[in-house]
Structures are given as C-alpha cells and as structure tokens.
Design a binder for this molecule. Structure first.
Ligand code: NAD
Ligand code: 0WE
Length: 258
C-alpha cells in the first residue's frame, strides 16, 4: 500500500491549479504526508495569497517564500524545517524558467545571460535544495524532480531549456550517487506535455499536444494527477530500490521512432 503517513514533504513549484506541483501535492496529501509548500514571492504578495488559498484544503503545516535564485530564502526554508519539523523525508523540485526570448528563434542566438538564467533556476536549484535537505533527511529520504524529453532529444523551440534539462538529469544521477549512502534516493519524472502556466505561455503547445495524442501508444496526453501518482510512488517505500532514474510519464511517447 502506498502510505506516506508520518512523512514530511516539501513541495516547490505551485503557481496555480494547473501546476504539476499541485497535482503532486494533492496525491502526497492523499497518501497521508504532512506538507510544506513554497511559493515564488512577487512584490505585491499576489502569488502568496493565490497559492495560500489554493493549498489551504491540504492543511500545509509550513508555507514559505522561496525564490531559488535567493540563497538566503533557500537556507531560511531549511532552517524553518529544522525548527518546526526536525526532519524531512520528501523533496519535490518542480520548477523551471527561461527567458521567453530564448524559447523561440535560433538556438545559437541564446545569450550568455539567458543561458545562465535558465540553468541557474532550472538545474542548479536542484543542487542547492538537495544540499539543504541532506542533513535534514536523517532517516533517509526521496527527492523527485520534473524533466522533459527536450533534455534528451531536440524539440523545436525548447532550446536553452533542453540544455537545462540535460544538466538537471545529470544532476539527478550525481546526486543519487552522493546521497545513496545516506539512504536518500533521487529520481526524475519526465512528463509528457501538459497545459500549465509555463507551457501555455509557449507558442504551439496545443499542436504539440495534438501530435502526442496521435502518436503516443496510449493515444492521449497525461494529467497532473498521473504525474502526482508517480511522484507519490517514487516518494514511498514501494520504490525503495529505485534511485538515479528518469521515469517517463508520457503515455509512452518516448519509445516511438515515427
Ligand atoms: P508552472 O508554471 O505551473 O510551474 C513552474 C513553477 O516554477 C512555478 O510555480 C513558478 O513559480 C516556479 N518558478 C519559476 N522561477 C522560480 C524561481 N526563481 N524560484 C522558485 N520557483 C520558481 O508549470 P509546470 O508545467 O507545472 O512546470 C513544473 C515543472 O514541470 C518544470 O520543471 C517543467 O519544466 C516541468 N515539466 C512541465 C511539462 C509541461 O508540459 N507542463 C512537461 C514536462 C516537465
Ligand atoms: O519545461 C517546460 C516549460 C518551461 C518554461 C516555459 C516558459 C514559458 C514562459 C520555462 N520558462 C518559461 N518562461 C516564460 O517566460 N515544459 C516542458 C513545457 C514546454 O515548454 C516548451 C515546450 C514544452 C512542452 C517550450 C518550447 C517547446 C515545447
């Protein structure tokens, strides 16, 4: 049985009710986990209010600001977990960002700043969060991140995000090797395209979704709930022998050659 009672889970990356992280948080809650939620703060505090209202039915016992570009905020998250929870069992990394200009046009046109921004937020952040989580995962733990096929194959316009996801996927493997002796597992979920805030801001996402519906073995796309259930599995003892892996939750699309 999938049981996460007594487990403390930190979930990053909820922006709204379409976020993949929201699908994950709901399934972790359903499995009995105690939740801590972080949000990306903005100047007006609009995001804080929006995310807080959304997550309140899941009764999170921690709700904290965390911009992964801000080391101070990241360390504040883990010192609060130390104080309030004493230990951490589960970390969900479910965030990415690149400048919009870098998700269209010639890949070779990517600026140095754009490259650094995408890799900092989308890939380096897994290291900084894992570093904070490591001493708190004193009874072992599970770290799960979200990736995309564009980090392994060329997907038109994914551009610099593909390089960030390739780095993220290798981060998963090097972290799994480092943290394995502490019984901390690190895995990635490679999700098929889903309509979310981040993907809807991208031109042509609907055409991509239609393509997947025609080609994927299951003849459909996947849902946030399906990704959430796989995350719950990777966070539970049901997957106790699995680490350093990228698991495709994409209706089978990745196996197809034509
Ligand atoms: P989303 O817009 O709902 O989530 C992206 C999140 O990243 C937001 O909550 C945003 O606040 C957060 N974020 C951005 N910059 C940040 C920063 N500096 N500090 C902290 N948080 C920051 O979109 P989503 O599609 O749910 O994306 C979640 C993850 O899933 C991403 O890693 C994305 O690459 C991955 N993914 C998405 C799809 C898809 O088709 N939607 C497919 C595969 C993988
Ligand atoms: O990882 C992602 C989304 C990544 C993303 C999206 C945006 C749009 C708005 C990162 N940064 C930004 N910055 C913005 O300003 N996905 C897997 C969804 C996605 O994005 C694509 C895709 C798919 C699929 C971009 C181009 C092509 C396909």
């Amino acid at each position: 049985m999938l049981d996460l009672t007594g487990k403390n889970a930190l979930v990053t990356g909820i922006a709204n009710n379409r976020s993949i992280a929201w699908g994950i948080a709901q399934q972790l809650h359903k499995a009995g986990a105690n939740l801590g939620i972080t949000y990306l703060p903005d100047e007006k505090g609009k995001m804080e209010k929006k995310v807080e209202d959304l997550v309140s039915p899941l009764n999170p016992s921690l709700f904290l600001p965390c911009n992964v570009q801000n080391d101070e905020q990241v360390s504040q998250v883990f010192s609060t977990i130390q104080d309030k929870w004493g230990k951490l069992d589960i970390l969900i990394h479910c965030l990415a960002f690149a400048s919009r200009d870098d998700l269209t046009g010639d890949f070779s046109n990517t600026s140095r700043d754009g490259f650094q921004l995408a890799l900092d937020i989308s890939a380096y952040s897994l290291l900084s969060l894992a570093k904070g989580a490591k001493p708190l995962m004193s009874e072992g733990g599970s770290i799960v991140t979200l990736t995309y096929l564009g980090g392994v194959r060329v997907v038109p316009n994914y551009n610099v995000m593909g390089i960030a996801k390739a780095a993220l996927e290798m981060n998963v493997k090097y972290l799994a090797a480092e943290l394995g002796p502490n019984n901390i597992r690190v895995n990635g979920i490679s999700a098929g395209p889903i309509r979310t805030l981040a993907s809807s801001a991208v031109g042509g996402i609907l055409d991509m979704i239609h393509h997947v519906e025609e080609v994927a073995p299951l003849r459909r796309t996947v849902t946030q709930t399906e990704v959430g259930n796989t995350a719950a599995f990777l966070c539970s003892d049901l997957s106790s022998g699995v680490t350093g892996q990228i698991l495709y939750v994409d209706a089978g699309y990745e196996i197809m050659g034509m």
